[in-house]
Design a protein around this ligand. Structure first.
Ligand SMILES: NC(=O)c1ccc[n+]([C@@H]2O[C@H](COP(=O)([O-])OP(=O)(O)OC[C@H]3O[C@@H](n4cnc5c(N)ncnc54)[C@H](OP(=O)(O)O)[C@@H]3O)[C@@H](O)[C@H]2O)c1
Length: 155
């Protein structure tokens, strides 16, 4: 099964200047809980934005060019893998759009802000036939910039 997971602002923005537009520790913990010991798929630009390998997850990177630093994979290969295991698409904007039609589930965290001059956006689940199964508001802790809402969408 294919699952998308992302955090967006109230206008669906997910990125700015090649990075996340916020520091949101509670959402990183939520991301870790959901993806730990799973296979994660990401675009080359998201891979380059990470500090390195995320512990205890199998990383697959999408690029149209061969790489030596990390295993790369095509869309067809991701779809084949997803027949037998849970695949988590972790970004960015290009890769969410590439897989949203095949996804069955979305974990979306709405960060309660509107980012100035954001340059990368996620698709809105409702536009692709998903319905909201659950929604949990959480106030910002001292390690978060903003309040947030953890959403779980299904199709
Ligand atoms: N808020 C969040 O939850 C979240 C999560 C992840 C990322 N982000 C943010 O999103 C931004 C990056 O997103 P992005 O849309 O610019 O880039 P991206 O989706 O991370 O990566 C795009 C790259 O993926 C490769 N690619 C795209 N389609 C492909 C295909 N069909 N087959 C093989 N490879 C393919 C290409 O790599 P090559 O150019 O190497 O060919 C392309 O340049 C950053 O700001 C990042 O911080 C936010």
């Amino acid at each position: 099964m294919i699952t998308l997971i992302f955090a967006c602002d109230e206008d669906n923005a997910i990125g700015k200047d090649g990075d996340l537009p916020w520091k949101q520790s509670s959402d990183l913990q939520h991301f870790k809980r959901i993806t730990l010991n799973k296979t994660i798929v990401m675009g080359r630009k998201t891979w380059e934005s990470l500090p390195g390998l995320l512990p205890n997850r199998k990383h697959l990177v999408m690029s149209r060019r061969p790489r030596t630093d990390i295993e790369t994979i095509s869309k067809e290969e991701v779809l084949e893998l997803a027949d037998n295991e849970d695949i988590f698409i972790i970004g960015g904007g290009e890769i969410y759009r590439l897989f949203i039609d095949e996804a069955k589930e979305i974990f979306r965290t709405v960060i309660h802000t509107i980012v100035d001059e954001s340059d990368t956006f996620a698709p809105h689940p409702e536009d692709f036939g998903f319905y909201l199964l659950s929604s949990t508001f959480q106030e910002a802790t001292e390690r978060d910039m903003f309040d947030m809402t953890f959403e779980h969408w299904l199709r």
